[in-house]
Design a protein around this ligand. Structure first.
Ligand SMILES: Nc1ncnc2c1ncn2[C@@H]1O[C@H](COP(=O)(O)OP(=O)(O)O)[C@@H](O)[C@H]1O
Ligand SMILES: O=C(CO)[C@@H](O)[C@H](O)COP(=O)(O)O
Length: 496
């Protein structure tokens, strides 16, 4: 039997999965690393921690699974997106990585908009957001000019990890799409954008397709992990691209709803789409494909906040047990989940959440249901834009915390107005990364073939027509809350 390894380099931890040719999970290892917040809004990590901890997971996988090194045919990667890793001409890291959730770059975003105007959307298909990589590059260029002068190349987190494992510099296209330097449709670096900001195009590393074979393991890495140096290394992809692959979102009509700490709604697309920057539009791991993506920053986080505030010692299952008794609509109570601002479709760092319509008859379970409905409405705002652009939304695969509760899964079907299914064995982006290696190794002719063998679906939730009708009306009111509370939140800012 042959195996592949999928590595997901997340924000809080790295997870490595050993998978056989039938898609069975034969081993799993994970390690955490810290985040540094040196100043408010700053979020950094030491790239060396990613390497040390990943090597630890690989060693553990080999030691505990009993698999022989030569049986591991391929490795690939999934990684947290957008984070800036700067290397000098000798391949040494110049400063801690500035991560996707670092928000110091608002002035750089405004400067990008002022300089590029509509060209930014034409080329990159995305708006200038603090989390993306170009604003981070410009921050270092402006604030640390001496250090920036030494920069020879920039990488994203999992590209740095791959570089350390192989000695080869690459960035895969699905992740490059989140830098604001890629011509997303042409799949090449934009020399226009580089020139506009005085960036040497040599800072941009060679591009690779997600399933491209980019090298083997360095002998010292093979020695440290117990893997064979001949193990084929494939480029890999952005965590959202790999999450999509691991959930079987590899073709038209397939949509993903992921409710973790943040929430993501993502749909496969074959053609160029213009969302005027309200949603993200990135390259899929399928070389000819794209995906549109909406992000609710505080999705599961909102429910977590509410539970911690009301019932810190209860389990989620017990906390949510009475929600089924409250009818759709939570007795006229609405919640907007803007606890940390919002990303799509309203890129707004100042907005905050609200309960609207509180009534003396509401009990704890009404508030809880309203929080769950508000999170789902927020994701539906992005889904509504997919549909308006003519994208097919046939079945929605639900993953994350939001897929752990049947009432919430039914609510998703009713609010989205589409059938919702959950996965039999949810493994997240690490499985997607393993699938990229499996296809790269030639086990399958395509990602779709691999998904048909590796991804299995569990229960399906059909929309209930009466609830769909109720939610259709409420969603219109929900959408108006943002406009009505925007200015109030500007004024409230001074009191935070
Ligand atoms: N049993 C449950 N039922 C419903 N929601 C849950 C349950 N457990 C956790 N959650 C929600 O899911 C979120 C965590 O989801 P998860 O996918 O594990 O997140 P992440 O990996 O982003 O931290 C929590 O914030 C919580 O809101
Ligand atoms: O910013 C984005 C996507 O645009 C995030 O999805 C990051 O890619 C990090 O994800 P986690 O490590 O928290 O899953």
């Amino acid at each position: 039997m042959s195996y592949v390894i999928g590595i997901d380099l997340g924000t809080g931890s790295v997870k490595s999965l050993l998978v056989d040719q039938k898609g069975m999970i034969c081993g799993e290892a994970s390690r955490t690393y810290p985040l540094q917040h040196e100043q408010p809004g700053y979020s950094e990590q030491h790239p060396e921690d990613w390497v040390t901890q990943t090597l630890g997971t690989l060693r553990e996988l080999l030691q505990t699974s009993g698999v022989q090194p030569e049986q591991v045919e391929g490795i690939s990667f999934s990684g947290q997106m957008h984070g800036l890793v700067l290397l000098d001409g000798q391949g040494q890291v110049l400063r801690p990585a500035i991560l996707w959730n670092d928000t110091r770059t608002t002035p750089q975003c405004r400067a990008i908009e002022a300089k590029l105007g509509s060209r930014l959307l034409d080329i990159t298909k995305n708006a200038a957001l603090e989390g993306f990589t170009l604003p981070k590059l410009l921050w270092v260029q402006g604030h640390e000019p001496e250090l920036f002068a030494k920069a020879a190349v920039f990488l994203l987190p999992k590209d740095y990890l791959r570089y350390r494992l192989t000695g080869m510099l690459h960035m895969d296209i699905t992740d490059a799409a989140g830098t604001l330097l890629l011509d997303v449709i042409g799949k090449r670096w934009s020399t226009d954008i580089c020139e506009a900001f005085g960036l040497d195009p040599k800072l941009c590393p060679p591009l690779a397709e997600a399933m491209e074979h980019v090298g083997g393991l360095l002998p010292e890495i093979a020695g440290q992990t117990g893997l064979a140096a001949s193990t084929k290394v494939f480029a890999g992809g952005a965590d959202n691209a790999c999450g999509a692959v691991g959930a079987g979102i590899v073709g038209k009509g397939a949509t993903l709803c992921s409710i973790g700490t943040s929430g993501v709604i993502l749909a496969y697309e074959e053609r160029e789409q213009d969302f005027a920057g309200a949603l993200h539009f990135f390259n899929h791991a399928q070389p000819e494909g794209f995906y549109a993506m909406g992000v609710t920053l505080a999705a599961g986080y909102s429910l977590d906040w509410f539970k911690k505030t009301i019932a810190p010692d209860e389990s989620f299952d017990s906390f949510l047990s009475l929600v089924a008794e409250v009818p759709a609509g939570a007795g006229g109570l609405l919640f907007t989940p803007y606890l940390v601002g919002e990303r799509t479709p309203h890129a707004d760092a100042v907005i905050r959440g609200s309960f609207v319509g509180l009534d003396g008859s509401h009990r704890r379970e009404h508030l809880t249901r309203a929080v769950m409905e508000g999170i789902t409405f927020s994701l539906n705002e992005s889904l509504e834009r997919f549909r308006a652009a003519g994208m097919a939304v046939e079945t929605i695969v639900s993953i994350g915390g939001g897929a752990k509760n049947d009432v919430w899964l039914q609510m998703q079907a009713d609010i989205f107005g589409a059938p919702v299914v959950k996965l039999k064995n949810e493994q997240g982006p690490a499985l997607g990364a393993a699938m990229l290696a499996a296809v790269g190794c030639g086990w399958f002719a395509s990602l779709s073939e691999c998904a048909a063998s590796f991804v299995a679906y569990d229960r399906r939730f059909e929309p209930i027509p009466a609830n769909v009708e109720t939610y259709r009306g409420l969603f219109e009111i929900y959408k108006s809350v943002y406009a009505h509370t925007r200015e109030m939140n500007e004024r409230l800012r001074a009191y935070r």
